[in-house]
Design a protein around this ligand. Sequence first.
Ligand code: ZN
Length: 267
Amino acid sequence: MKIIRYLDRAGQAHFASEQPDGSALVIAGDIFGAHRVTAERAEVAKLLAPVVPAQMVCIGLNYRKHAAETGSKIPAHPVVFFKNIASLQNPGDPILLPTHLASGQVDYECELVVVIGKTCKNVSRARALDYVLGYTCGNDVSARDWQRDWGGSQWCRGKSFDTFGPLGPRLVTRDEIPNPNALKISTRVSGELLQDWNTDDMIFDVPTLIEFLSGSTTLPAGTVIFTGTPHGVGLSYNPPRWLRAGDTVTVAVEKIGELTNPVALET
Ligand code: ZN
């Protein structure tokens, strides 16, 4: 199933199931619990990020060539950090370049995002995908100056500004993506293809990440896991390709779709 979240004309949020004819049918109930697809057509006034995350867990340096382009060693264990859930942004809404706590080095990162469907802990690699509700596209927007130079060696400051967590445009349930580590993934900025790779290059694949992240640690339903980005981030270009006001960023993941956001200055 392909699930969207949206506002209707009265400003109420709902989930709906996208249909092959382009329409969507309202889902009654909770997508993390009992729910059913009704016969009522969704009147989508505005598309929202497909889930409100319980937490945003992120993996750094999880593609071989990306680790190399940042001058980092292949990590022995997954590199874990958290993004502020308040950085969530909807498809189509702007990524705002920070001006008050200013950054001149805002970068894009296309990522496959896993949505945990059932609360879990100490899950084996073999059973890990049983706990996945589905997958969506994410952009782990990153202010490199705050990440690298001014964040006291912690990444969360540079990755947690408002609007730095676009998700969407839809959640595709796991039955439609039996192998999450065989998907083309890319980023285009204002039409230029800057990242173009495949999730089969992950150092730690999705089941391994779930086993690791759930080790001695409860992952609540609604946890979203940003699984890392391939090479080709703006930082790696010479000169660097930082995001500029007026740009449009599109993250695409095969079988899921395209997540597009314009870029503007924070006012
Ligand atoms: Zn990332």
